[in-house]
Design a protein around this ligand. Structure first.
Ligand SMILES: Nc1nc2c(ncn2[C@@H]2O[C@H](COP(=O)(O)OP(=O)(O)O)[C@@H](O)[C@H]2O)c(=O)[nH]1
Ligand SMILES: [Mg+2]
Length: 366
């Protein structure tokens, strides 16, 4: 292996398990004595993932305001900031889950334009089984428009390898079906299976990521009109707020009640959830709840176990619904649940929008 920092990017749809996987990957490499820096990315500030990874003790730089591909220079500046004091051995990057064409707009430019050399790892894409099954079966009812499904497919097409995640929740028959659906539509792309939460299959993923070969070359045709329409189908919301109560309340119960109520509200409007997540933080303790599709239920992925009086919350929602409706629904639910828990709420920041048309800084197709 060269002495240049290794650049590992893990793609995949919203809620596929990217953050969970890269936290595991970062811990794994730290345990081998490596210095790891993580870069997160979003269309706006106040990211649950950044707060979550920092709460877990990782060094994290955030590229906020647009995706890596459209803000390539901010990606490289962020990596340079993370390298200012001590050069990392590894930079692990998580792109926005509605992005594709990342080989041409991030990996190739890192190799061909950026002056600092990186040792580029194979580009892995996590497959989200719940939406993946519906989309790849082409049976309809996937919850998203054909344009959003186009993005889902393009994400797989450019992967050096695909990881079917969440196998702890899948039967052997379903795993086999997913792998054969991928093989039929994207022949030749190696397909691994993993559970980012239990760690099953993780070792094989690490082995693949460590491979040295001519990776990051799967350049493809992309119709940017369809891509832009697919991204714009999603309503995006990021908000950061503070809760205040005179007596301690159970933070985890608040997070779950909030997501359950938002879920009910979105189901009433038949709005498909791509990813809805919330982190609550209080005195270095934190809890996280997630919902990754409309048919499942919210989960407390990390329990804080605390009673608290003044936690900070960050909520991120990516849902196939008009952003103004999403914003009103989430604000109304926040107020209702706070009232139920007898808590004062102050919303510090709130941004809600549809992602704009992707206009990459670079697009290298040769
Ligand atoms: N059961 C199960 N849940 C998972 C797995 N990987 C991720 N999750 C959960 O799925 C949700 C979304 O994961 P996250 O890593 O945030 O996805 P991202 O949007 O791709 O970064 C969280 O609640 C995770 O705890 C897995 O392998 N098995
Ligand atoms: Mg994430």
């Amino acid at each position: 292996m060269s002495n240049n920092p290794r650049f590992i990017m893990l793609g995949g749809f919203l809620g596929a398990g990217k953050t969970t996987t890269l936290a595991r990957l970062a811990r794994h490499h730290q345990s081998l004595g490596k210095r790891v820096a993580i870069v997160t990315n979003d269309q706006a500030t106040d990211l649950v993932d950044t707060n979550l990874l920092r709460s877990q003790g990782f060094e994290v730089g955030e590229v906020a305001g647009s995706c890596f591909c459209c803000n390539f220079n901010e990606l490289t500046r962020t990596v340079e900031r993370l390298s200012a004091e001590e050069r990392p051995d590894l930079v692990i990057a998580e792109p926005v889950g509605s992005c594709t064409d990342l080989v041409a707009t991030v990996i190739r430019p890192l190799q061909q334009v950026y002056a600092e050399p990186f040792d580029i790892a194979p580009y892995g894409v996590l497959l989200k089984p719940s939406h993946g099954l519906k989309i790849l079966r082409r049976a309809g009812g996937g919850g998203f428009s054909p344009q959003a499904e186009y993005i889902f497919r393009k994400q797989i097409e450019e992967a050096d390898f695909v990881i079917v995640n969440r196998i702890d929740e899948l039967s052997e028959a379903t795993i086999e079906e997913l792998i054969s659906l991928i093989d039929v539509e994207f022949p030749g792309i190696p397909c691994l299976r993993m559970s980012a939460t239990t760690g099953q299959g993780f070792e094989a993923v690490c082995e693949f990521i460590d491979r040295e070969s001519d990776f990051g070359k799967r350049i493809m045709d992309v119709d940017y009109d369809v891509y832009a329409e697919g991204e714009a189908e999603l309503g995006w919301l990021n908000t950061q707020l503070r809760l205040q109560s005179t007596t301690p309340f159970a933070l985890d119960a608040f997070l779950m009640t909030l997501l359950e109520d938002v879920h009910r509200g979105l189901n009433a409007q038949a709005a498909e959830v791509a990813h809805l997540k919330v982190i609550g933080m209080s005195n270095r303790k934190f809890g996280v709840a997630n919902l990754v599709n409309s048919l499942s239920e919210p989960r407390l992925s990390i329990a804080s176990g605390v009673g608290t009086t003044e936690p900070e919350l960050v909520v991120n929602a990516r849902v196939a619904i008009d952003p103004e409706t999403l914003s009103q629904l989430i604000q109304a639910t926040l107020h209702r649940v706070s009232f139920e828990f007898d808590i004062e709420i102050s919303i510090n920041t709130l941004q809600s929008f549809r992602p704009g048309r992707p206009v990459p800084t670079h697009r290298l197709v040769s």
